[in-house]
Write a protein that binds this ligand. Structure first.
Ligand SMILES: [Zn+2]
Length: 109
């Protein structure tokens, strides 16, 4: 792909979705560039397929929410929300172990 192809890509995408020719600044390039023509054809096909699916209702996968949330980074990431429960559980377990060890200690008196 050349730089011209990359510059023309948004215009190719828009024309493919709208079903019209590529805008004039890149029309001459896309008329001779096989890569841009292939991109236009692929995007046109995708746009037609999406348009044909406009009235279909497909159920979301059951784990969609988990997959989306687990892929987030930053303040919304799931791992951060689990830090408090894990730290609290570890503190409770270590306190319980300390009490058990204290109760089972050998007495010398
Ligand atoms: Zn091109």
């Amino acid at each position: 792909m050349s730089v011209v192809c990359e510059l023309a890509a948004p215009f190719v995408a828009n024309s493919a979705v709208d079903g019209r020719e590529v805008s004039s600044p890149f029309r001459s390039h896309t008329s001779t560039c096989l890569k841009c023509q292939a991109r236009h054809a692929a995007m046109s096909r995708t746009a037609r397929e999406l348009a044909a699916m406009h009235d279909q209702r497909l159920p979301a996968p059951a784990d969609l929410e988990w997959r989306v949330l687990s892929s987030l980074e930053g303040d919304l990431e799931v791992a951060r929300t689990w830090r408090k429960p894990i730290a609290l559980s570890a503190a409770v377990l270590s306190m319980a172990a300390a009490i058990i060890i204290w109760r089972l200690r050998p007495r010398t008196s």
